[in-house]
Write a protein that binds this ligand. Sequence first.
Ligand SMILES: [Zn+2]
Length: 66
Amino acid sequence: MDLSYICVNHNCSFPGANPFEVTFKSESIMDENNVASLFCPFCRSELMLVRVPDVFPEKLPKDNTI
Ligand SMILES: [Zn+2]
C-alpha cells in the first residue's frame, strides 16, 4: 500500500494541473503512525493523507492459469 499526501488547499500556488502530491512506497514507511505531518512547499498547508491500495498478483483473477 502506498501512502500519498495531497495538498487540498484551493488557493495553492502549485503550477501543475493536479494538486501537489507526494507518494511514499509502503516499504519506506514501517509505521505510518510515526510519520510526521507534511506540509505543502508551495502554500504551507498541511497535506492530506490518502491511502493507495496495492493490487497484489495473488488477488488477480486466475482465468489465465489454464
Ligand atoms: Zn499547496
